[in-house]
Design a binder for this molecule. Sequence first.
Ligand SMILES: [Zn+2]
Length: 219
Amino acid sequence: MNITHHFDDATLMAYSAGSLPQGMALLVACHLHWCPHCRERSEQTDAIGGALLNQLAPTRLNDDALNAVLARLDEPEQEFASVKHDTVSSAAAAELPAPLAQMLGKPIDQLPWKRIGYGVRQLDLELDGPGATRLLRISPGVSVPHHTHGGNELTLILRGSYNDEIGRFCMGDVADLDDDVSHQPIVDTNEDCICLIATDAPLKFSGLMGRLVQPFIGL
Ligand SMILES: [Zn+2]
């Protein structure tokens, strides 16, 4: 896999700090599974966060702080997905990054895709937190309507490729976009492009086609 598009430093810092919404954290974990370059960067941001914590002046805790921490240790660990499969098909494990394969349990072609028109199918992933997380499956030659973002949008390419105003994105690449970017991805090979997309706010579509599909894609 030849990955050429990576996360911004700010995204990796937010991931290290645990402040990303659940879907965006899932997407970062998936890219890290595939990308040694970002794994190394993520270890550095973890270290920076630890160093900053060490420099903070100590403050006095409430008397019950220790008990509160011990009680939280007994709570079940947060899962990325509301559905976590005990068995993951080998086909899913071969084509998907481990956190997503574990959550979906089956390969891409066996998922319950929902057709939303214009050569686009989607599968919503019901995760906690603000924004939305979904898989999009876009047919060759189809473009997603021109849109800007009310917040941040992360996209991870799982299969195929697309082109937009920023560049060409292939399997393993991430697009890390903030709210001042407007773009219109178009699938540029004869293979479906399948992406994992996580946002922390609804997308804003522009133009007539955008207004038509907004009820289906936007939240
Ligand atoms: Zn990377």
